[in-house]
Design a protein around this ligand. Structure first.
Ligand SMILES: Cc1cc2nc3c(=O)[nH]c(=O)nc-3n(C[C@H](O)[C@H](O)[C@H](O)COP(=O)(O)OP(=O)(O)OC[C@H]3O[C@@H](n4cnc5c(N)ncnc54)[C@H](O)[C@@H]3O)c2cc1C
Length: 448
């Protein structure tokens, strides 16, 4: 049995703590704030339920369901409204449904006839040697054409990472897609084969879930099994290697310092927080700097509630994303009260609008009133809103999501190297495992 220290009580830290506890180790998890979850935060306001961080958890990997069951969180999962399969984008200042089968692909105005023909020749194109540094933009343009880049890849990446396809590296962001070209030559054929669950034993039917009390309930469920192990309001200040042990210095919010020794340490704090800790007597200490280099952009979420009768759009889907070529200010909007029940009071709706990211970082730093008026102005035109909002709230993230761009491989190399040369020191977190909740529930898989 080892004595293990875990730094950070987000989903990555909680998952490692549970895994190690189930293996029989003694755990101390230090969390600087007064609650678990990290960026997974939910708040109740005027009868609305607001998810400030993640809104949905995609249970597609069989391992995700297995872990949720193991941690007693599965039975509380709330499945998204079947309407959430309906995805939308903006084209020509209008909301357009994305196609979901061959017929809707042919009839949908989401691509021009020319764009559709260009996409349809993808299976005929030869393999090309995609390099470790090829961007998502270059790959999509090469295989599927400019229009798919503009109206599919660009808004899709704004939705996942609040980033542009020009910055993201295909191998880091979508390694499976990159492998498809090598394996099947065509991405369309590869996607068809890999979607067939008989060909991929790790996948089950894709299912979006959340919880009755919002996504924060996930963190609370994980923490229930760690009641004695979590030390709240305890900031880790120093990690020091001292004769085969790890000496951890912490500071409580009342200012009191303490020091404890452990056999192993798992840091799960974000890349941009790594240098807030003093790392002492560490082999290859200079590599710590590389861990801090992940790119993050600021992001603001504008939450708007309305009376249902004041919106002419039926809000019958997941929401919409905005391609950059449409030259709007918002990145996209989730129809939150359509997605899950209990997000808005009776006869009202909740819309969550994303602003900023790589496309418009400065907009995310504006005053709340400015962010709300951008969201209201653009939503009013798109959704046909006539009345006044019944709720207006903003959540700002100054460093929202670590991007799988050119720098992330440096972080990963440094994390692996530091673990190799410092026995018992480990790094995890969304910048290493990948940002999705399923990745953070299995945060050490990046080491394999
Ligand atoms: C706005 C937004 C929307 C998102 N939407 C989705 C979505 O819909 N679906 C999805 O799958 N994913 C989504 N994500 C991504 C996902 O939520 C995150 O990648 C994941 O929750 C990160 O978890 P983590 O534990 O790695 O890090 P964090 O959540 O950042 O946790 C780190 C923890 O470490 C603590 N800490 C920091 N420094 C110290 C220290 N020195 N001592 C002690 N504790 C410390 C912090 O207080 C924090 O609790 C979203 C993220 C954001 C920001």
């Amino acid at each position: 049995m080892s004595k293990i220290c875990i730094i950070g009580g987000g989903i990555s830290g909680l998952s490692i703590a549970l895994e190690k506890k189930f293996e029989g180790h003694s755990i101390n998890l230090f969390e600087s704030s007064d609650k678990v979850g990290g960026v997974v935060k939910t708040e109740k306001k005027n009868g609305f339920l607001l998810d400030y961080g993640p809104n949905t958890l995609n249970v597609r990997l069989k391992k995700t369901k297995y872990l949720l069951q193991k941690y007693d969180a599965w039975d509380s999962c709330l499945e998204a409204n079947p309407n959430s399969n309906k995805r939308m984008i903006i084209r020509g200042e209008k909301i357009i449904n994305l196609p979901h089968d061959g017929f809707t692909f042919l009839t949908s105005p989401f691509l021009s006839v020319r764009g559709k023909l260009r996409l349809l020749i993808e299976p005929l194109l030869p393999r090309s040697k995609n390099t470790d540094t090829e961007t998502v933009a270059s790959f999509i343009k090469r295989r599927m054409g400019q229009e798919v880049l503009d109206y599919a890849a660009n808004p899709f990446l704004a939705g996942i990472y609040a980033a542009s396809p020009e910055s993201l590296i295909l191998n880091q962001a979508f390694p499976a897609i990159s492998e498809m070209e090598t394996k099947y030559r065509s991405i369309i054929l590869g996607l068809k084969k890999s979607r067939n669950r008989d060909n991929n034993p790790n996948l089950s039917k894709s299912k979006l879930v959340s919880f009755k009390n919002g996504m924060e309930e996930l963190a609370q469920k994980l923490a229930l099994k760690l009641e004695n192990e979590i030390k709240f309001e305890t900031l880790v200040k120093k990690v020091e290697s001292v004769s085969n042990k790890w000496r951890i210095t912490t500071q409580k919010t009342n200012g009191n310092y303490s020091t404890l020794e452990f056999d192993e340490v798992y840091s799960t704090i974000p890349s941009h927080k790594i240098d807030s800790i003093e790392w002492k007597n560490i082999h290859q200490n200079h590599r710590i700097r590389d861990l801090c280099c992940a790119t993050h952009h600021p992001l603001a979420l504008a939450f708007l509630g309305f009376n249902k009768k004041d919106i002419s759009h039926p809000l019958d889907g997941f929401g919409f994303l905005v391609p950059e070529v449409e030259q709007m200010k918002i990145l996209g909007t989730l129809f939150s009260s359509t997605l899950f029940p209990g997000r808005a009071p009776k006869d009202q709706v909740l819309l969550t609008t994303f602003i900023g990211g790589e496309r418009n970082p400065n907009l995310a730093k504006q005053k709340d009133s400015e962010i709300l008026s951008i969201a209201k102005e653009e939503l009013t035109k798109l959704l046909g809103i006539s009345g006044h909002p019944t709720l207006e709230t903003v959540k700002k993230w100054s460093e929202a999501i670590p991007l799988p761009d050119g720098k992330i491989s440096l972080c990963k190399k440094a994390a692996l190297e530091l673990s190799k040369v410092n026995k018992g020191l480990h790094f995890a977190g969304s910048y290493l495992s990948g940002v999705s909740l399923p990745n953070c529930l299995d945060p050490l898989q990046y080491k394999n």
